[in-house]
Design a binder for this molecule. Sequence first.
Ligand code: FAD
Length: 457
Amino acid sequence: STSLLWFRRDLRLGDHPALAAAADHNHRVLGVFVADDVPLDASGSPRRAVLARTLAALAQAMDGRLLIAHGRPRSVLPRLARAVDADVVHVSADYGPYGRRRDEQVQRALQDAGVEWVATGSPYAVAPGRVRKSNGERYAVFTPFYRGWTDHGWRKPARSGSGVDWVDPGEVDGITAHDPQEYARTVPAGMSLPEVGEQAALDGWRTFRDEALDDYDGDRDRPDRPGTSHMSVYLKWGSIHPRTLLADLAGRRSTGAASYRRELAWREFYADSVFHLPESVWTSVDPVIDRMAWDSGQPAEERFEAWRAGRTGYPFIDAGMRQLLAEGWMHNRLRMATASFLIKDLHLPWQRGAEHFLEHLVDGDYASNNHGWQWVAGSGAQAAPFFRIFNPLTQGEKFDPSGDFVRRYIPELRDVPGRKVHRPWELDGGVPAGYPEPIVDHADERAEALRRWQQRG
Ligand code: FAD
């Protein structure tokens, strides 16, 4: 008989424990991806396009033998299992709130059909929920989590899936193959997407490892330099597994390698937080933040629009917001600075910004994004306190000292030399044509944010 391998956030063939388990179980494997409208409708068009292209790359690596079906997994999978006489469905476990609910339903439907369900591995080095204090409680704070996570350890990379006898989807009766390429065509105008797929992920990782990893500790905060790995989009869809990266980091003693391992652990920490507190995706972990006064109506909505478009008049903030619109990706330093600006200079709730990011990010991930926003807001599992307010000017001057990052994304300021570009209102000729005056005064709004914080209920 046949094994069914249901691909979800594990769109690769290398280092794939569920694929190795499926191939061991039965000689023949049907690989399937189910296009499910619930998560698809909730994803912005850049993320859907990246998914479609990643599926195309996976299908190519499988010589075209990937079946893409459309519908509700709980009805599609039992039907498929029957069609190819499969006695087992293999998956990598999904720990997101929707994925867990969906998988429970699918498991019940498969049980009714007499089909076994086997979950091997997950999108994380250590499955969410696994690292706990000695009394069984979750870690609410990152540093002890990180220690526990390191002590727990992870498996070595799994065998590759090459040499698998994939079932030809053409042999499967009664299922219409779905073409996800329509999503690939709906990328917002002017946005350039990264290369996708397993090979692009491996190539990108090797280039970063060989050319930038040793300097990562110093350069990771510098958006003007190619200092970070850009692995987030690949980790999102499982084109590469963090275990592959961690295995490569092992034995490297540089501070860069140590910092990189720690950043990967943040991703795991946020997934662990969401595993224990699924509602924390949209609800503040510490509700103290919800008792503050937030702005609404006009001019708040106009300011929100200016923030989204990268037209606040603060060049560092605007360059970050325009990077998001142009590439579907934003440097971490800018994610923090622009989030702080929305929450603490414009006095808008973090959820509004989180939604905008998810709409545009190709790496958009509920755990990392929404907990990243909560970290900045001061409401998260382990947050910076609310009264830590990023200064949009000094952030720019410190982390983009020559102004190159700003000039790359803001053509109106392209002729302003050096670091002066961070304060266009101080230029002799005034703010260059076409670029806005600051929409708010940072010093005033900082004081206002602190006042509201003190007066919270
Ligand atoms: P690198 O610096 O090369 O880091 C390597 C990997 O470590 C990343 O790919 C990522 O998987 C992980 N990582 C690094 N920093 C963090 C972090 N602070 N939190 C969690 N994981 C981290 N990351 C996402 O993957 N998806 C998101 O939707 C997302 N939204 C964010 C929103 C806000 C407000 C903030 C402050 C951070 C957000 N991050 C998110 C985390 C971080 O900004 C990105 O992971 C990082 O910028 C991706 O670029 P990179 O792969 O080059 O990172």
